[in-house]
Ligand binder design. Structure first.
Ligand SMILES: Cc1ncc(COP(=O)(O)O)c(C=O)c1O
Length: 386
């Protein structure tokens, strides 16, 4: 479901990087491949299932690369994302989120007849409605009971996990395990803070496991974790599946997390920036330069984009403008302003909502300076919010 599919793409395969029209959403394919391989190696060497979150990229092409690298499937947050990725050939999808609307659940049940599908629940109503929809369609799905492990978002209390799992089973559904994701921990800046948050989350998972055991229910799998904390979940001994999403692109906000050196946490795996907005200098003042990319080109919910070339601060200049000011370096020097027409590579503050602003990815092989366009993938699930 690529909107404006007829619009002129910013580049064609074979074009040199210099020819990519701006602003454009560009993937450094070599850096992305290294990120995919690093996460896949982390999971396989330690015996974890990897189910990356496709809310980051909304792309069937990238989901398939992740599965080719060893992922068991992908997660999505929305039914329409699942439908679009399935339509484009992704065979195994987990909706790591609650769906309670009956019309949507009828679509969930229909989709479950086409691919291997899993879904999260956190209420009796949600379970009963899901069961009714699957029964009417004659299909099956794996059901994860979500517990709140510290974010204060969706999820039941760990002490209610057994009751909900029993309801899943008594409705004739397949209880696949627990969903335990702590979004609030991912961007805590210090590794010590992230460690405390995930230790707390792990304690809550253990409480839920004990609660399940009291109800006589075995938990097949605990799924969760994100790019900021996955090594901590992995070290805890309670999670079996990792749902990291942003590692594939690494936005500026994630790079602002302090790495932990030898401590567990993000420090054990270094990911590279692989997603950029290519912009062009369109005006130059006495002490600033203006590029043709504003907040219609990149999300600013997690702050302004970084400037890949370094030496500049980016200020929001509105929908279509970004303002670059040289930053005074430690040695007192400042970078020279770029010239009109120069390329400036921006590192989005937050990759997921940035991707949702674009119709296409321009995939570059051979580096941002002298590479060549290899692919122009649609952002397949762009705008899939339902
Ligand atoms: C349920 C769930 N799992 C996994 C992720 C992936 O997290 P990240 O992109 O930080 O790796 C998210 C992101 O918001 C999420 O909501």
């Amino acid at each position: 479901m690529s909107h404006n599919a007829g619009l002129r793409a910013p580049a064609q395969p074979g074009d040199p990087v210099a020819a990519i029209d701006t602003p454009a959403l560009v993937i450094d394919l070599d850096a992305m491949a290294r990120n995919l391989a690093a996460m896949a190696a982390f999971a396989s060497e330690r015996g974890f299932r990897l189910r990356p979150h496709a809310k980051t990229h909304k792309s069937a092409a990238i989901a398939k690369l992740q599965m080719a690298a060893g992922a068991v499937g992908v997660c999505v947050q929305k039914l329409s994302e699942a439908e679009v990725l399935a339509e484009h050939g992704v065979p195994d999808i987990y909706i790591s989120n609650e769906i309670v609307d009956e019309a949507k659940l009828a679509r969930v049940a229909a989709l479950a007849g086409r691919i291997r599908l899993a879904i999260a629940v956190d209420s009796r109503t949600g379970i009963d409605r899901l069961a009714a929809a699957l029964k009417a369609a004659g299909t099956r799905a794996d059901v994860f009971v979500e517990i709140d492990v510290g974010q204060g978002r969706c999820g039941t209390s760990p002490a209610a996990a057994g009751e909900l799992a029993l309801r899943v089973l008594s409705n004739g559904l397949h209880f696949a395990g627990l969903q335990a994701y702590h979004g609030g921990a991912q961007h805590l800046r210090s590794s010590a803070e992230r460690q405390v948050a995930i230790e707390h989350a792990a304690a809550l998972v253990r409480t839920a496991l004990a609660n399940l055991a009291e109800a006589g229910i075995q938990c097949p799998l605990v799924t969760g974790a994100g790019t900021g904390t996955f090594a901590l979940e992995a070290a805890s001994g309670v999670w079996g599946e990792l749902q990291c999403g942003s590692y594939v692109f690494m936005d500026r906000d994630y790079a602002d997390n302090h790495l932990a050196g030898s401590a567990p946490g993000m420090g054990q795996v270094a990911f590279e920036h692989a997603l950029f907005v290519k912009s062009q200098v369109m005006s130059v003042g006495a002490a600033h330069a203006v590029v043709d990319a504003g907040h219609k080109s990149h999300a600013i919910d997690s702050g302004m984009p970084g400037v890949w070339q370094g030496g500049f601060e980016f200020r929001n200049g509105g929908d279509e403008h970004g303002i670059l000011s040289p930053v005074t370096q430690a040695d007192g020097r400042t970078a020279a302003l770029p010239a009109i027409g120069d390329t400036v590579w921006l590192i989005p503050g937050h990759c997921d909502p940035t991707v949702n602003l674009h119709d296409r990815y321009i995939g570059v092989r051979g580096g941002l300076a002298h590479g060549v366009v290899e692919s122009t993938w649609a952002v397949d699930a762009r705008g899939c919010l339902t």
